[in-house]
Design a protein around this ligand. Structure first.
Ligand code: NAP
Ligand code: MG
Length: 409
């Protein structure tokens, strides 16, 4: 059997714990037997990040800028416990945060739909994608506990030292709280560009919700930047592709999403995206049934699983116990990356291979073979069978092999 040639390199970013274990199995059983591919390998397991004083994380981000497309395994973001566990030099920052900052990216998430795991919301027929602005607002705030009566003001002084604005936030009669938040035109504009680029690529409508009736300057600026970006670069393309851009108030967007059939990218401000992506993940069954991709406005792509390293399962694995960990999101990180590579390289055979692999994975779950996390949410059926981590990947491999043989004959 001839292997499928992948024309340009893919940046491979390895990670930690249970996802690292699955990563290798997925590569060995589902990818390397079929692909002739050059992988630019960066090992971001915590030990390596510590050894290189986290330089390797930046190098991986640079490699994505060089080659355009990367795929990332889940990695540990160290906390105090991890510093002890791995005897680290320091509490290194989140690799996802570092890579996101380097690529100026937006994170897009979408569910992997299978017939026997119906979404909790019955009207959802097509996937709802979510794009979360990952900069600013309450995540980069300045807040203060007001201890007593007094006046809180918002002041802006320009770089030359001239006061341009002063407004009263509140004349406090007693204790309370205040908070200052910000965003920048540059970041909002990158976010808007990334959303339209992604949606156009995936043939999705774009919905954007904000609260500009109440926040007539702050949220209004988000709305304006989205509208300007749409008018400037996307209106014609969207109309040609029969796609629409729809702005509505955030509360109206939430109400409509619950009745919609899907097929849209829901662009969310930072906090809305934080909250709503967890709601979507849970409504679609499991975090392991979500895809996740970081897209930069320059057109660099990093595909990943949206869940973590599944630490609890890993400790069982280390003790020699069998685990039932779901590799769907990891498999789809690879297929997403291969499809993008194939698109950019104009090699349809690579895209086709990735599609076969996705079909094989979906058919495995639809045939009732699934990991424990899905057993709990799947439509009950006497054929449903809970399998171990490796068994699941073997079942996908069997179906993939059959598809490839069918095609060859
Ligand atoms: P997690 O790895 O997402 O796992 C939390 C729980 O969700 C698991 O214990 C498991 O539940 C379930 N789960 C998640 N993924 C699953 C899968 N593929 N198959 C089956 N069940 C799955 O989150 P965490 O335990 O809070 O975090 C572990 C480490 O991951 C942390 O060090 C964190 O820093 C890191 N993390 C990395 C990323 C990333 O790199 N993308 C994202 C988030 C967290 P049960 O135990 O009930 O089976
Ligand atoms: Mg959240």
């Amino acid at each position: 059997m001839q292997k499928v040639k992948v024309k340009n390199p893919i940046v491979e970013i390895d990670g930690d714990e249970m996802t690292r274990v699955m990563w290798k199995t997925v590569k060995d059983k589902l990818l390397l037997p079929y692909l002739d591919v050059t992988l630019e390998y960066y090992d971001l397991q915590l030990k390596k990040r510590d050894e290189t004083s986290d330089k390797i994380t930046l190098e991986a981000a640079e490699a994505i800028k060089k080659y355009g497309v990367g795929v990332k395994c889940a990695t540990i973001t160290p906390n105090k416990d991890r510093v002890k566990e791995y005897n680290l030099k320091q509490e290194w920052p989140s690799p996802n945060g570092t890579i996101r900052a380097a690529l100026d990216g937006t994170v897009f998430r979408a569910p992997i739909l299978v017939k026997n795991i119906p979404p909790s919301v019955s009207s959802w027929k097509k996937p709802i994608h979510i794009g979360r602005h990952a900069y600013g607002d309450v995540y980069k705030n300045c807040e203060y506990r007001v201890p007593e009566a007094g006046k809180a003001e918002l002041i802006f002084t320009n770089a030359a030292g001239k006061e341009l604005f002063r407004g009263t936030i509140q004349d406090f009669k007693g204790p309370g709280v205040i908070q200052g938040i910000h965003n920048t035109d540059k970041s909002i504009s990158s976010f808007a560009k990334a959303c339209f680029t992604y949606a156009y690529d995936q043939k999705l409508h774009v919905w954007f919700g904000a609260k500009d009736t109440i926040s007539k300057t702050y949220d209004a600026q988000f709305r304006k930047i989205f509208e300007d970006e749409f008018q400037k670069d996307w209106k014609a393309k969207f109309s040609e592709a029969k796609l629409e851009y729809f702005f509505t108030l955030i509360d109206d967007a939430v109400a409509r999403i619950m009745k919609a059939e899907g097929g849209m990218l829901w662009a969310c401000k930072n906090y809305d995206g934080d909250v709503m992506s967890d709601m979507l993940g849970s409504a679609y069954g499991s975090l392991a049934m979500m895809t996740s991709v970081l897209v930069s406005p320059q057109g660099f792509y990093e595909f990943e699983a949206s869940h973590g390293t599944v630490q609890k399962h890993y400790y069982k694995h280390l003790k020699g116990e069998k685990t039932s960990t779901n590799s769907m999101a990891l498999i789809f990180a690879w297929t997403g990356c291969l499809k993008k590579r194939g698109d950019l390289d104009k090699t349809p055979q690579v895209v086709e291979f990735a599609e076969r692999l996705e079909e094989a994975a979906v058919e495995t779950v639809e045939s009732g073979i699934m990991t424990g996390d899905l057993m709990a949410v799947a439509t009950p059926d006497p054929n449903n069978r809970r399998v171990y981590t490796e068994e699941f990947i073997d079942e996908v491999a069997k179906r993939l092999q059959k598809k490839i043989e069918q095609k060859a004959s």
